[in-house]
Design a protein around this ligand. Sequence first.
Ligand code: ZN
Length: 153
Amino acid sequence: MPLLSPVPDDDGAPFWRYAARGELRVQACAAPDCGELRFPPRPCCPHCHSFDSVWRRMSGRGRIWSYVVPHPPLLPGYAEQAPYNAIVVELAEAPRIRLVGNLVTGPDAPLGSVDPERLRIGARVQVVFGPADPLDRSGTASTTVPRWVLERP
Ligand code: ZN
């Protein structure tokens, strides 16, 4: 069974287009005296209420802010890759921006490629980009998603 793929809405579509190019970008307010980063993407700046925005490229570095190791019952595709992790990463440039993803050993590695014993709050991570379902062999093009590897494996 395949894993779930992101279903982009109009506000979030640029995030996925940049991800497909291997770029981690976060929406930022384009008002000259604001520039506030915001995530998840949305039309209006929560700080100054401007509707102007740009997509700023991030370094892709961050730290594990929290994590879980999901337990059954799991959807069939996920059960095949368990035990795996879901981590929350705070970005180095913007610690208030937190992205949910998976810690893996490489861009094409399965969700369960990192031993759960190795997960640590505060560990430094770096973004990588790979297919939404690394084990899918159907041949259909998979959405590219950001995942995370340890800076020092
Ligand atoms: Zn603003």
